[in-house]
Design a binder for this molecule. Sequence first.
Ligand code: NAD
Ligand code: MN
Length: 352
Amino acid sequence: SRRYTVDLIAGDGIGQEVVPAATRVVDALARRHGFDMTWRDRNWGSAYFFEHGRMMPVDGIEQLSDGDAILLGAVGHPDLPDHETLWGLLIPIRREFLQYVNLRPVRVLPGVVSPLRDVEALDIVVVRENVEGEYSAVGGRAYRGTTDEFAIQEAVFTRTGITRVARYAAQLAATRRGSLTSATKSNGIIHSMPFWDEVVASVVSEVEGVRLRSTLIDALAAALVLRPGDFDVIVASNLFGDILSDLIAALAGSIGIAPSANINPPRHHPSMFEPIHGSAPDIAGKGIANPVGQLWSASLMLDHLGEAEAATALMTAIETAMSDGVLTADLGGTAGTQEFTSAVLRALSSGN
Ligand code: NAD
Ligand code: MN
């Protein structure tokens, strides 16, 4: 039968709560849909750091490289600087496996009361550039400790990097509603963005059936709040894509629902699936984290592995649980992580 080896990095905080929810549900799907999951549990993250002085073993990347996919929870610990946790685990995986697309879909799931009116039409995929741009390792430095302290961060945009992410986004838009928005900030001061605009426009012009508009990031943030139904696929640089996807997820009710796929078409390496949220230290250990972002990430993973039916069944089960009114606290409900997960498992076994 079909077998998949998936590395599990639950990581920190609520990652330890929502990742087990996802493996429970995926194991149930595997039984129903006739495939086998082998989970390789990795105890990497901040706890590993406190013991070994690093977030993962020296050969961590190598250990992941023969797997079919990586399912990650979150990293981030109140007693560790974020640059340590992010650059010690998450960012090396994205870069070493050249996961240049960070795909971030958001929809308004049933039963959710968004803070907005007119939100029913919200159905957006953010395609975030994931290996370069503003989150570059080049030239970043800080001169501290004198009265003339300063810090510099260089953004790196390459023609290759912009081309591949823009092509992916345009091809995705062509399979949806044909509308692609490019997040930009083209003015005479930022030098990288006119280059981004030029490369995006030329790549998109080669893809049939896609309308491109370039919108300034600040105006785009406002338009997303006022008219979320106007947007389909949004292609954005690393920083802009990071910010926009949290904004859009919040419009859809909570950042706890939103998933992401870090992928490298055409799949030379394992791809990584993770919710967009972090380790949420403010609610960690309370059993109240919303597992939907992690479960939806697992659905993206199943789709990527070729288990489209199981992926769809999972989304339908999430929607059934939510329209039955089973909601976690971030969405105004009273269900805990386990209770929500059990509702999803019940919906799975009662049909779809
Ligand atoms: P966060 O996403 O962890 O939390 C922001 C807010 O949203 C918090 O109030 C939290 O309780 C809430 N929230 C997040 N996920 C939720 C869920 N599933 N259910 C219910 N509520 C949820 O962001 P933060 O507080 O800015 O960062 C905390 C730590 O996580 C930091 O160390 C940060 O660096 C890290 N972080 C990691 C990732 C990642 O692993 N990819 C992403 C973002 C932040
Ligand atoms: Mn983020």
